[in-house]
Design a protein around this ligand. Sequence first.
Ligand code: CP
Ligand code: NVA
Length: 301
Amino acid sequence: MENKHLLKLSDWSENEIMSVLNLADQLKYEKKKGVSHRLLEGKTLGMIFQKSSTRTRVSFEVGMYDLGGYALFLSNRDLQIGRGEPVQDTARVLSRFLDGIMIRTFEQKEVEDLAKFGSIPIINGLTDYAHPCQVLADLMTIREQRGALAGQKLCFVGDGNNMANSLIVGCIKMGMHVSIACPDNYRPDSEIMKWAESTGRFSVSADIKKEAADADVLYTDVWASMGQEDEKAIREEAFRGFQINSELMKVAKADAMVLHCLPAHRGEEITDEVLESHLEIFDEAENRLHAQKAVLVSLMK
Ligand code: CP
Ligand code: NVA
């Protein structure tokens, strides 16, 4: 692994992503067989959370345990960073105690600064800009269930948010086509879209049925992300209709998968009916564990 950190997927080469996906498959297989793999014996991971989490926290904490290491949950409410201690000082201090940091926060710059001023691997556990760990688990799930990544079409329906940004980068790097169906005012990051357009394997519009046509994978996420609670009412209005429902399933491939990073808001971005009939969403959630372990081993071993 050339890269010391996982800050965003655009920093990683196709080979680096592929090697983590392969390792994730191997670790999953070993765990199911009961084969222990204490590859991070004696190592410690700090997990800084400035936002809530179920999957990210549990996958990294259980992941470190499985690997023979130790994970510390560091809440924003308790850390001095929550009282204004600068990131550069936090980075320098934590680098002297820990072997790696996973951080969930608002600004991407904070994650980049931890990497800049610290001397240990930094893993982005979600920012407003990106959610690379989730997308590694998503790619693992798509490959597991459809046999390959290259040539598959993923359509993301909803907000051009952190999930959309990371899916565009991760899926296109792995040879997939990505279409985004979103309201015009809620498009993904413009630099990411510019890059995606240059590959010829990207489209974006507010025409949901057009973007979802012949998709192998339909993906969605909440209309209002963490930190956007105040915009809930405006967003409910703006995103009405940007929903994965049984009508939309008809335009995708007959055997299309549905993925959702979770948590889901049934009746908003996805109907209860579609969610309950696409339980691969929970394979996707499980794969957070295996994919996150592969990231930890790749960066910290
Ligand atoms: N998908 C995801 O990151 O879930 P959590 O917010 O529960 O960690
Ligand atoms: N876009 C969502 C993803 C949650 C995993 C958020 O940032 O809240």
